[in-house]
Each structure stands twice: as C-alpha cells, then as structure tokens.
Write a protein that binds this ligand. Structure first.
Ligand code: SF4
Ligand code: SF4
Ligand code: SF4
Length: 264
C-alpha cells in the first residue's frame, strides 16, 4: 500500500469539531470536548488569534518516528499505510515515547489500573480496508484531506502556487523531523499554531540506550545528536510537569474512562 497521509489546511478550517466528534465515535471514546490531547482525545481543535484561526492537533505519524526508536521494547511500529501504531501488550509503561516525541503527542492513561499510552492511530483498519480516516470523512470543508502522501504534497504545492499570498510558502511536515504523514498548510506562522519550528529536517536520532550503544553504526551529524540530547533533556522536564497535572486530573477520568479498547 502507498504511504497515506492527512493534509490539514488551516485556511479552510471553520472549527466545527466534526473531525474530533468522528474520531471519538470511530475509536469508542467519550464525546467530551477538550482543547488538549489526552488519553481519550486522539485529536482536538484549538482556536488561536481569538478564534480567527483553528488548528487540529494529533499524532503526526512521522516517517521515522522517535517514539518508535525510543521505545525499548518495540511497542511502536510504523506501518505501511504510514500510521504509527502502539501495541499495549509490549508496553512496559516507561513513557520514553512521551519524552521522545518532538510533537508532544502520546498521552498516558493515568486514571486506569492498567494504563496504556494513547494517541491517533490514523484509523489503521479503515485505511487498510481501502477507506479514509474518520476525521477526513467527517470534515465538511476539506480542511482535513486524506490520500496518498505524494498526492497530498502535490495538492499542497498547487494550492500554494495558485493562491499567492494566501499561504505561507511551506508545507509543514514535508521535511520536519524527517517528514511526517500529517502535513499542514497555513496562512499564519506555524509557530503560532503551536507547532515546533526548530526541528531539524533530518530524523531526530534515537537517543535510547539501544542506539547510544551503537551510535558509530549510525550516520548522524554531531549537530543532530546534540539537538536530540537537548530535546530529550528539556522534554523530560516538560513531561514531568505535564504528568503532575495529569495525575491531579486523573480522579475525574477514573469516573469517565471505561477502560474499553478502541474499536478496531
Ligand atoms: S508525532 Fe510523536 S507519537 Fe506521533 S509518530 Fe511522531 S514521534 Fe511518534
Ligand atoms: S486519523 Fe482516525 S484516529 Fe486519527 S484523528 Fe483522525 S479519526 Fe482520529
Ligand atoms: S471537521 Fe474540518 S473544518 Fe471542522 S474542525 Fe475539523 S478540520 Fe476544521
């Protein structure tokens, strides 16, 4: 199967949240509005500039994901559809994936007795069966489009070229962190959308002990390694802060999260 992806065109998004509602339904998650990703929100719609602009957040399904390389037990896999999937049966709960992800995506089920990491699955089963993702299916404006990644890149380039001045001349996700399956077009700076703008175009190297012990086998520049070390170090502090907040909130989620597995 060809590498699939999502193109999110911020200029077309009206903030209706149909994508988030469809995602919750497709994944058997509670229909609770949220502005932040959580173990029960695989995608959210955030308003910026006093709700003049709306942007979706979700896993970017990186071409060479740091969650995959950071996981000591291989709980994450990049599939041929482009989706990055998580296997709860392999997960040992170390949460290195949360620290490693440059887009701050994976969330932990703090309210569960058998916690799992949760994130968007790029509707793997639907896509493998020839369908499109639930969010793209539900989007009324085409702000979320699903397709072959190559075709989405062509379409994005066409929109930029045919509408001079309407878009920032960059497809976010084309090269960031080595490229991602989820890409963005925007008329406002990508940093204003909350997307990291300091990522190298090369994949962020694997800094787990597994790779550190084999680093001579990898062709990585010193700059990229240093960036990775800096990234992981600062992410540790961020994740620690985030986890403290999540723990405080978890009693509420204890009463709402069913513990059911997503419908697959
Ligand atoms: S965005 Fe984060 S969780 Fe998603 S594939 Fe990339 S590294 Fe993994
Ligand atoms: S691709 Fe599927 S799982 Fe991911 S946000 Fe869209 S509907 Fe949710
Ligand atoms: S369904 Fe489409 S238009 Fe509505 S919030 Fe989601 S991406 Fe934006």
């Amino acid at each position: 199967m060809k590498h699939k992806g999502l193109l999110i065109d911020v200029t077309k998004c009206i903030g209706c949240r149909a994508c988030a509602v469809a995602c919750a339904e497709a994944n058997n998650l509670p229909q609770e509005e949220s502005l932040q990703l959580s173990a029960t929100h695989y995608t959210v719609v955030q308003g910026i500039n006093n709700d003049q602009t709306f942007v979706r957040r979700l896993c970017m399904h990186c071409n060479q994901p740091t969650c995959v390389s950071a996981c000591l037990v291989g709980a994450f896999t990049k599939m041929d559809t482009g989706a990055v999937l998580y296997d709860e049966n392999k997960c040992i709960g170390c949460r290195y994936c949360m620290q490693a992800c440059p887009f701050e995506v994976p969330r932990y089920e703090w309210g569960s007795l058998a916690p799992r990491v949760q994130k968007c699955r790029m509707c793997y089963e639907r896509v493998e069966a020839g369908g499109q993702t639930a969010c793209a299916d539900a989007c009324p404006t085409g702000a979320t489009a699903f397709g072959d990644r190559d075709e989405l890149i062509k379409e994005a380039r066409k929109r930029i070229d045919e509408n001079p001045g309407q878009y920032i001349d960059h497809i976010y996700g084309l090269t960031e962190a080595g490229g991602t399956s989820v890409m963005y077009l925007s008329n406002v700076p990508f940093g204003d959308l909350g997307l990291p703008t300091n990522l190298p175009a090369e994949p962020i190297p694997d800094l787990s002990w597994r790779v550190l012990s084999q680093i001579p086998k990898y062709t990585v520049t010193a700059g990229v390694v240093l960036f990775g070390i800096h990234w992981i170090t600062s992410r540790r502090a961020e994740v620690a802060r985030f986890e403290a907040e999540e723990r405080k909130r978890s009693p509420e989620r204890n009463t709402t999260h069913t513990g059911e597995r997503p419908r697959r």
